[in-house]
Design a protein around this ligand. Structure first.
Ligand code: AMP
Ligand code: ZN
Length: 118
């Protein structure tokens, strides 16, 4: 745990290595691991090492982290073999979006056709 992490947060515990998750990617700011309850054949979580409760609660100084997350998405999507056929990223922020883990994360989903607008 770093001072920027929260002892009571499951994603902080995964990011620090305290809880094993089958990490697929790690850099100074971001980790990627499989969602425990996958909704698609490839369903990964892209998680900041810093504990930020939600997108809505990000400070202006944290916004470069979004670019770091996208960089991880692009690399992992290639490694997972979904870059060519396509994938979707989602950030749930707050109750109406159904955010259940209060630590900033992107869902990276692919491996099948993802329906949109129907
Ligand atoms: P949400 O907060 O709604 O954007 O989604 C949180 C996601 O985290 C859900 O899809 C859960 O299945 C997933 N999740 C919760 N706990 C774990 C865990 N320990 N390891 C991996 N995924 C998890
Ligand atoms: Zn956290």
């Amino acid at each position: 745990m770093t001072p920027e992490q929260d002892n009571d947060c499951i994603f902080c515990k995964i990011a620090s290595g305290e809880v094993p998750s089958g990490l697929l990617y790690e850099d100074d700011d971001v980790v990627v691991f499989p969602d425990i309850n996958p909704l698609t054949p490839v369903h990964l979580l892209v998680v900041t090492k810093k504990h930020i409760p939600s997108l809505a609660e990000m400070s202006d100084g944290d916004t470069p982290l979004i670019g770091k997350m996208i960089k991880a998405v692009k690399q992992v999507a290639i490694e997972q073999g979904i870059a060519e056929r396509g994938y979707r990223i989602t950030i749930n922020s707050g109750a109406d979006a159904g955010q259940i883990v209060p630590h900033l994360h992107m869902h990276l989903m692919g491996g099948r056709h993802l329906y949109w607008k129907h």
